[in-house]
Structure formats: C-alpha cells, structure tokens
Design a protein around this ligand. Structure first.
Ligand code: GLU
Length: 294
C-alpha cells in the first residue's frame, strides 16, 4: 500500500437491516480506499448486546457482498474486544480523567430541564465526595464512568484549546477543512455505560487506532461526535484520523432513512428486483469499479 493511502472503514451496528443510507456510506468508504490504493475495513459495532442480533450481522455481510463490496477479514467485532476498552478506561482512571456517575438518565434530564435548550442528556458534573461514593458502592448502586472535561482541560492546557480535525467531506452546517474541536457542547460524556462497561465514543477511538484507520467515513449525524472523540484520542495518545462525513440520505418524503423503514432496507430493494448495479448508479457510484462479490 503506498504511503499516504487511506485506511477507511464502515462501522455499522447490527441493530437492524442496512438501508440505502448505509449502502451510500459503505460505498463512499470503499471508493475512498480504492481511489487511492488504500484499504477498506468493516467493523461490527456490537457492544450493545441487547440491541444487536446475529441475523442482522449476517445480513450486513450478505448485503454488502451483494453490493459488490469486499473487505479485509477477520472482521473486527467489538464484542470480542472488551479487554481493549477496559485497558483504555483503566488509563483514563489512572490519570484521574473519569469519574463515577450514579445518576439515572431521568435524573440527568430533569436537572437540565431549566436550561435554555430544555432537557438534554448533556451533563457536566464532578466526582462525589469519597464517603458518599463509598456508601453507594457498598450499596451496590450501578454507575457509569464519565469523562471529566475540567480534568481534561487541566491536563492538556493549551492543547485542549487547540484540538482540531480535518473534515474532507462536510458537516451538517457545511463545515469542511480544518475545524476547531470544542468538546464542551457534548459535556462530560459517558465513556463506560452502567450496563455495558464501555460506551460508543471510547470503543470507536480505541478501535480506529488499533485498526490504524486514517479515514473515518460516516453520516453527518455523527459529526458532532468528533470533538469528544478527538479529545479522547489526545488523552490516550492515539493518532487523529481524517474525517469524511456525508449528508444523510432522505426518502421521497424528505425524511431520513432509518432501520425501521422496512421498504428501504437493502434486502427489500433486492427482493423488488433492483440489481446492485442499478442501486450503485442511483447512489452515484459506478458499480464496475468494484470487484464482483465471490
Ligand atoms: N456504529 C455506528 C452506527 O452504526 C457508527 C459509528 C461510527 O461510524 O463512528 O451508527
């Protein structure tokens, strides 16, 4: 692989069947890799065991192969790498960058209800006093780990204010190029959920680094996740990938496709007799540039 060639990934969660929007994302990542002699990786984001199902994972492989895509194997499945996430969490704990949060989602929402934008899950807090924390731990109360923005700022100093990223695609407000990353809007995010021991942001930055991803391709709905992810990368000493967010595809009714829209799943499209070539063309890709599925 030539130096500077991208390592791009498509990272779906097997919580439903893939739809047109996923096809667009996967084709964008694969084409970005192919255009510059890079690598295309698939990652199964299945930390949430209650929402993920094996049949959806099988369908991901089947649908992407039908589209004409091929990817490197073995595929990384997040559920098989909990140790990697625990190791990263341990590092954050050792550096005093995370704190236990015993609050329920409803409590967080209620506390923020008087804020100008109304109730939200955005939260900025602090560790409990030791005696109170010990009491709750002894009582077996469940807790999440939150990343402390104030501790991160204290540790990084000027580097905190200089956090940035390169956007090769476009954010939801037309953002592109070199963009300042301010993690404040997301607050003290949860890096380890009460029920799972890890959460989305932490798993993604650990995986992107371990898989040596240099190009993160995904929908613009995840654009606002970048500042938190850049902060975590910086705190953990991980490299910064380039980002390519793409606009979210919408249906004829102007609404974005969702896994619940059965008619727009790739399997339904296929069952209706649409060929992969037709779908690729409709999405703006030339299907001939991809290897046929084997
Ligand atoms: N697994 C996430 C999803 O399916 C995507 C995560 C990412 O690309 O960072 O929405």
């Amino acid at each position: 692989m030539p130096s500077g060639a991208p390592v791009a990934r498509f990272a779906p969660s097997p919580t439903g069947y893939l739809h047109r929007g996923h096809a667009f994302s996967a084709l964008t990542a694969a084409k970005a890799a192919e255009d510059r002699d890079g690598r295309f990786l698939l990652r199964i984001e299945d930390i949430d065991r209650l929402r993920c199902r094996p049949e959806y994972e099988d369908a991901i492989y089947e649908d992407l192969a039908w589209l004409g895509l091929s990817w490197e194997t073995p595929v990384r499945r997040q559920s098989e790498h909990m140790d990697d996430y625990q190791a990263a969490l341990a590092r954050l704990r050792e550096s005093g960058l995370v704190y236990r949060c015993f609050k329920t989602r409803a409590e967080v929402m209620a506390e923020s209800s008087s804020a100008p934008h109304g109730p939200s899950e955005t939260y900025v807090g602090a560790p409990l006093a030791k005696a109170e924390e010990d009491r709750r731990l002894a009582a077996g109360e469940p807790f999440a780990w939150r990343l402390s923005l104030s501790a991160a700022r204290a540790m990084l100093g000027d580097r905190y204010d200089a956090l940035s990223f390169v956007e090769e695609g476009e954010g939801p407000r037309g953002e592109r190029g070199l963009i300042a990353a301010d993690p404040a809007a997301a607050g003290d995010v949860i890096v380890a959920r009460k029920d799972l021991g890890v959460a989305y942001h932490l798993a993604v930055v650990v995986d992107d680094a371990l898989q040596e991803i240099t190009l993160v391709v995904r929908g613009a709905d995840l654009f606002d996740a970048v500042p938190t992810q850049r902060l975590l990368q910086t705190l953990l000493g991980l490299p910064a990938p380039t980002y390519r967010h793409h606009s979210i595809l919408t249906g004829p009714d102007g609404k974005r496709y969702a896994k619940r829209d059965r008619a727009e799943t790739l399997r339904a499209i296929r069952a209706n007799g649409v060929s992969p070539a037709e779908l690729c063309a409709e999405l703006g890709f030339d299907e001939r540039s991809f290897k046929p599925s084997g």
